[in-house]
Design a protein around this ligand. Structure first.
Ligand SMILES: NC(=O)c1ccc[n+]([C@@H]2O[C@H](COP(=O)([O-])OP(=O)(O)OC[C@H]3O[C@@H](n4cnc5c(N)ncnc54)[C@H](O)[C@@H]3O)[C@@H](O)[C@H]2O)c1
Length: 326
């Protein structure tokens, strides 16, 4: 089979997508492409691993051409809060990087490109509750603007160039394996680390900030299910809403406190991230994804909290033991 290339393979999602794809398609068929972020050992050691800078045309072209790549999962990105603090890099990675990947795909007869969008593709003018798939978007962050660019460019390559580009608007992703980087929804991961280590957490969002979220196993399932979906059923391509759970920091804290009774939370609001969160939806209407490729998440808030606490406690206990051994 032609190879699968995963850019951003050391990231929060890439580091879990690569093992899932290797399990499905075979270790040798999935190439993990990292950049500066160190790649987790299991990702680096379980199959081919290369370095790709998506802002460098030659680097992207080489990776796609030299490895006979048939599918690209393009996970490289600067997330919301980081993009706001570095406009130039955000433009280079999120806009030029995506363009380089799409062009390399066309030049080298790639069959399919998967590009995640985000709830950041919406803005303050978007209806916030049960946000429709088709609605006014007008994001006010650089990250969100780059995501709308990605959706529109992806659809352009589908229609004008016959490239099979697919994408979904991911909500905040919660996971225990790789810590997230400078996103706005990261509190929902950091709170679990803090609850286990310190029994308390200071949240940078207001207690009533409701945002759509998803647990990593559902995220991986959504990405792979969309990639494998029957093309003849798809009316959308790059811009599927995918919902799973939706909660506020206060609600998440309550769920954690019901499992760790000594846990407490307080709030010290960061205006940058609060402003970003306030411009995003509270919940999503994902009926298009349900109708066109049978999207159906498995984890609700309680199931996610149980699994997070279980896995993260074991991970942190393991790290504690290896620190003592050093
Ligand atoms: N994690 C979330 O909550 C979330 C939510 C919505 C959408 N998404 C989208 O999912 C995708 C993956 O996100 P993630 O959470 O894994 O992000 P991440 O920040 O954890 O990982 C992104 C990776 O991109 C890499 N990168 C940065 N500059 C690069 C360059 N010049 N060349 C190549 N790689 C470069 C980084 O090394 C990093 O490992 C992104 O498109 C993101 O916008 C993520």
């Amino acid at each position: 089979m032609r190879k699968i290339l995963v850019t951003g393979a050391a990231g929060q999602i890439g580091s879990e997508l690569v093992p899932a794809l290797r399990q499905l398609y075979g270790d040798e068929n999935v190439i993990a492409a990292g950049h500066r972020t160190p790649m987790p050992d299991d990702v680096r050691e379980s199959g081919p691993a290369i370095t790709v800078d998506v802002t460098d045309v030659a680097s992207v072209q080489r990776a796609v051409r030299d490895h006979d790549v048939g599918t690209v999962y393009h996970m490289s990105s600067l997330l919301s809060a980081l993009a706001e603090t570095n406009r130039q890099r955000a433009h280079a990675v999120n806009i030029e990087g995506l363009y380089n990947v799409l062009e390399a795909a066309v030049d080298n007869d790639v069959d399919q490109v998967i590009v995640p969008s985000s709830i950041a593709a919406f803005g303050p003018d978007t209806p916030p509750d049960n946000t429709p798939n088709e609605t006014l978007q007008r994001p006010t962050t650089l990250y969100g603007i780059s995501k709308v660019f990605g959706e529109l460019m992806g659809n352009y390559y589908v229609e004008k160039l016959g490239l099979d580009v697919r994408g979904l608007r991911l909500p905040g992703i919660i996971s225990w394996k790789t810590e997230p980087t400078a996103g706005t929804t990261d509190y929902a991961v950091a709170i679990f680390y803090a609850a286990i280590r310190d029994g308390r957490y200071t949240c940078y969002l207001r207690p009533d900030t409701r945002l759509p979220m998803m647990y990593m196993p559902d995220c991986i399932k959504a990405i792979i299910d969309l990639a494998r979906a029957d093309a003849s059923r798809l009316r959308h391509h790059t811009d599927f809403n995918v919902g799973a759970v939706s909660f506020t920091p206060a609600e998440l804290a309550e769920v954690i406190a019901s499992r760790l009774p000594d846990f407490s939370i307080d709030y010290d609001v960061d205006p940058l991230r609060q402003g970003i969160a306030d411009s995003w939806p509270n919940s999503l209407d994902d009926s298009a994804a349900r109708e066109e490729w049978d999207w159906n998440p498995s984890f609700d808030l309680d199931a996610m909290a149980d699994d997070m606490l279980d896995n993260l406690s074991r991970k942190l206990a393991g790290e504690g033991r290896s620190d003592q051994e050093e």
